[in-house]
Structures are given as structure tokens and as C-alpha cells.
Design a protein around this ligand. Structure first.
Ligand SMILES: [Zn+2]
Length: 323
């Protein structure tokens, strides 16, 4: 019975229906009772409905969870792709760039950070779908670690490349005279010196250059000697190339460069001749590395033809290998 429905009683005295008026307190109590019962019945039916179909909010949350799962799966795939790309970069780095520039290989344990298992993501333990999230987070951490190491490696490679370019410019690498000029004696032990007549070492490479042949600096550097040498070199030039290397050009007839001059590879330093202890016009060319004599043939492969290169290899003295 609805609480607001009016109730009438038949008054036998007045022969009229009269509205029954309950006191306010009773009416309020009745209304409250009705309200409680209504709410309980509604709640009961709502519960039945939700048990069967799920609440709209639950439905919304479930579909959101499904969407999130898909998003995380895609994210996980993208992370795997990024890891793969980084892995390829790492391979080029370790196999190509670093060895060419003489840099050590970066150890794997430094390259790929340890993921350390699920324990690191203990904060996610309460989640039902934590596996997906853990997998993505692990990959992300690996990407961060690998990318950082890769960046450092590239900086190192870039610096090494600059230094390598500079070193290539400074090291003695070309023939000091026209390559068509025939080579004479190379570095070896001579039974008899052509002038002194005694047995002694020959420390350089001779070129049978006609008197007045142009002589060129074989690498960039600074002229540290230019003038007469009384111990056999005659008129000679010494260039310091840095990195422990010096080149000596001896028995010259003319010198073009003063001591202290910075010169580039290929600059003319003078003309060949027959000065000093020399049995005929030729150029004596010598390379010293930290004071020890090197076989110059090892150093000017750049401007040789394949035939000349083969010839050079054949005549190499194994004792004079660059150390
Ligand atoms: Zn010589």
C-alpha cells in the first residue's frame, strides 16, 4: 500500500466518507518502512542482474582491460623490434667499427643489462595481468641500457675516427720519389758497404734516383733536421711525424725546407743527389719508430700498383716488421 494513498472511513453519524488522518509520526514511519523494503527489493533484483550480466561499470572496466592488454602486447612487440635493431647496431659496432679503429670489443655483460627476474617488479605482484607489463618493462630497461652503451660507443668511435684520420695524414705512407723510380737496396745486413768497404747494416730503402730528382715528404709533420750530416747522410732532412715516427731523406743535392717548418704529406722537401757517404746518385729513405729502424716498404703500399706491391712483398725483410 502506498503511503500517500488516502484512506477513507464511513462516518455513520454524518453518513459521509471521511478521510482518515494519521498523525505525522505514523505517516513518516510508514514511509520509511516502505522505503526500506523498496530499496531491499531493488538491491536484490540488481544483484541478480549483475550476477547474470555484470554491471555496466564492470563491463566498461573489462573492455578497458582488454584494450590495455592489446596495447601492452603491441608495445611489447615494438620493444622487441627496438631491441633487435639495437642488437644489429651492436653487431656492426663490435664486428666492423670498433676493430677497424683498434677499439676493444665491449663485453656482453656491459652491453646488455641483467634483467634480474620478476623480483625487481615486486610492485606489480598484485596485478592479475602483470606478466605482460613485466615483459614490456624488462624490454624497456634493456633498451635504455643498450642505447646508453651504444651512444657512448659511437662517441668513442667518432673520436677514434678523427684521431685515425689525423694519424693517417701524419704517418709516412707514400713513396718519397716518383713510384716509377727503381728501388735499390732495402733494409738488410750488408756484407760490404759500397763506400766504407766494411760489413754493416743498411737501415733504409735506397731509390736509384737520378741526380736532382724531386723528393717529397711521405707524411705530414715537422722538419726537425735540415742540413749537413757528417756521419754519412750528407745533406739530409729529418721529419718528425709524431706517434713515434721519424723519416730521414739522405744524400740530397738541395734542401727546400727549414727546421721547424710544419709540412704536409706530398710537399717537396728537396732534390736527390750524391752527398755524404754515397757511391752514386741515389736517395736513402729511412723510417725510424721510437728510434728503431723500420722497413720502409711496409709503409708505402698506397701508391703502388698490384705488381709493385707483389714485388715489394717478395723483397720484404722479415726482420724489419713494424713492431
Ligand atoms: Zn741507403
Amino acid at each position: 500500500m502506498l503511503p500517500w494513498r488516502k484512506k477513507y472511513l464511513f462516518d455513520e453519524e454524518s453518513l459521509l466518507f471521511k478521510q482518515v488522518r494519521y498523525p505525522l509520526k505514523i505517516r513518516l514511519l510508514k514511509f520509511a518502512g516502505w522505503l526500506v523494503v523498496s530499496v531491499m527489493v531493488s538491491a536484490f533484483y540488481l544483484h541478480l542482474f549483475e550476477m547474470r550480466f555484470g554491471s555496466p561499470k564492470e563491463k566498461m572496466l573489462n573492455s578497458e582491460i582488454e584494450n590495455l592488454k592489446i596495447s601492452y602486447s603491441i608495445l611489447d612487440m615494438r620493444f622487441a623490434e627496438a631491441l633487435n635493431t639495437l642488437g644489429n647496431l651492436r653487431k656492426s659496432d663490435d664486428i666492423r667499427y670498433r676493430p677497424v679503429l683498434g677499439l676493444d670489443t665491449i663485453p656482453s655483460f656491459y652491453r646488455i643489462p641483467a634483467t634480474g627476474g620478476v623480483e625487481r617488479f615486486r610492485d606489480l605482484n598484485f596485478l592479475k595481468n602483470k606478466d605482460l607489463i613485466v615483459s614490456a618493462r624488462e624490454k624497456l630497461e634493456q633498451i635504455r641500457g643498450m642505447a646508453t652503451v651504444q651512444r657512448e660507443s659511437f662517441v668513442e668511435i667518432s673520436n677514434a675516427k678523427d684521431e685515425w684520420n689525423r694519424m693517417n695524414e701524419y704517418l709516412p705512407k707514400i713513396c718519397p720519389v716518383d713510384v716509377s723510380i727503381k728501388r735499390g737496396d732495402g733494409i738488410k745486413f750488408r756484407e760490404e758497404h759500397p763506400v766504407l768497404g766494411t760489413a754493416r747494416w743498411h737501415y733504409g730503402q735506397d731509390f736509384n734516383a737520378p741526380y736532382g730528382t724531386e723528393v717529397f715528404a711521405t707524411g705530414s709533420g715537422t722538419v726537425v733536421a735540415a742540413g749537413w750530416n757528417s756521419e754519412g747522410f750528407g745533406y739530409h732532412v729529418i721529419i718528425d711525424h709524431g706517434y713515434g715516427f721519424r723519416t730521414i731523406y739522405a744524400h740530397l743535392s738541395k734542401i727546400d725546407v727549414p727546421v721547424g717548418l710544419n709540412i704536409k704529406r706530398g710537399d717537396r722537401i728537396g732534390l736527390s743527389g750524391n752527398s755524404g757517404t754515397s757511391s752514386g746518385p741515389h736517395l736513402h729513405y729511412q723510417i725510424d719508430y721510437n728510434g728503431s729502424h723500420q722497413n720502409p716498404l711496409w709503409f708505402f703500399s698506397d701508391d703502388l700498383t698490384p705488381e709493385e706491391y707483389r714485388d715489394m712483398i717478395m723483397t720484404l725483410n722479415s726482420k724489419s716488421r713494424f713492431r
